[in-house]
Design a binder for this molecule. Structure first.
Ligand SMILES: Cc1cc2nc3c(=O)[nH]c(=O)nc-3n(C[C@H](O)[C@H](O)[C@H](O)COP(=O)(O)O)c2cc1C
Length: 214
């Protein structure tokens, strides 16, 4: 698989970057290729009012690297890793702008809809979050948001790793060992088994198959 890592912290080589690097290393060990990008190299502006910035062919007129990111990196990827520090109990503004601006390429009025909509779907996805506060509620809203937006995009959310730390690189000292969890998720990214049942889902009574004989 081609794995795209979208690193969204304004702080280079910080905690969410470290988590993303570990995940990428695990994915590489499993034979996947990694494309690691910093969002701030591409996304400079937030979503605008399309009536003001759309070009005459109805394509997006915001002149930064967003379109290059979308067509050269996002669409060709088989899996996307979203890496973000917790900012105000949510994702970074830059990552939110990345999602907001998908609208300019997926809405019915865009000339790119036919290519971009199918190109965004049916990918594996993973999320890594770094933050200072360790109580579960701190990241609960953001984890729910990723659950919903990946469901909407028809991407399979294979896992979320949260690492606790504040100063640069401190996440390595989190006793829960999130760097190891991230590497493990990277190794399993291609085949992580996500169970999502409805009342009438036809299913066996074991999640992991028959027990392995000793
Ligand atoms: C603008 C801003 C807002 C933040 N908001 C929160 C927050 O709501 N909760 C939290 O636990 N940490 C918060 N933090 C701390 C960062 O999430 C934490 O330092 C994280 O490890 C930074 O990751 P990075 O090195 O990848 O940027 C905030 C930091 C900044 C700069």
């Amino acid at each position: 698989m081609k794995v795209l890592v979208l690193s969204s912290s304004p702080r280079r080589e910080g905690n969410s970057w470290a988590l993303a690097q570990s995940l990428a290393k695990g994915a590489e060990e499993a034979g996947h290729t990694i494309d690691f990008v910093h969002l701030d190299d591409f996304v400079e502006a937030p979503l605008g009012d399309c009536r003001g910035c759309r070009l005459s062919d109805r394509s997006c007129g915001i002149a930064d690297g967003y379109e290059r990111l979308l067509f050269d990196h996002v669409l060709p990827a088989d899996a996307i890793v979203y890496a973000t520090p917790l900012h105000w109990y949510g994702m970074t503004g830059r990552l939110k702008s990345f999602f907001d601006r998908l609208f300019c390429y997926t809405s019915g009025s865009s000339p790119h809809t036919g290519e971009v909509v199918p190109g965004l779907m049916n990918k594996r996805a993973a999320v890594v979050i770094s933050c200072e506060e360790s109580y579960r509620g701190a990241t609960a809203g953001l984890e729910a948001q990723f659950q919903e937006l990946t469901r909407y995009l028809r991407q399979d959310l294979t896992g979320v790793v949260v690492g606790i730390g504040n100063s640069r690189g401190e996440v390595a000292r989190d006793p829960a060992r999130p760097l190891e969890a991230a590497a493990d998720l990277g190794r399993r990214l291609g085949d992580a088994h996500v169970t999502d049942y409805r009342l009438d889902t036809d299913r066996p009574n074991r999640v992991w198959g028959p027990p392995v004989e000793a």
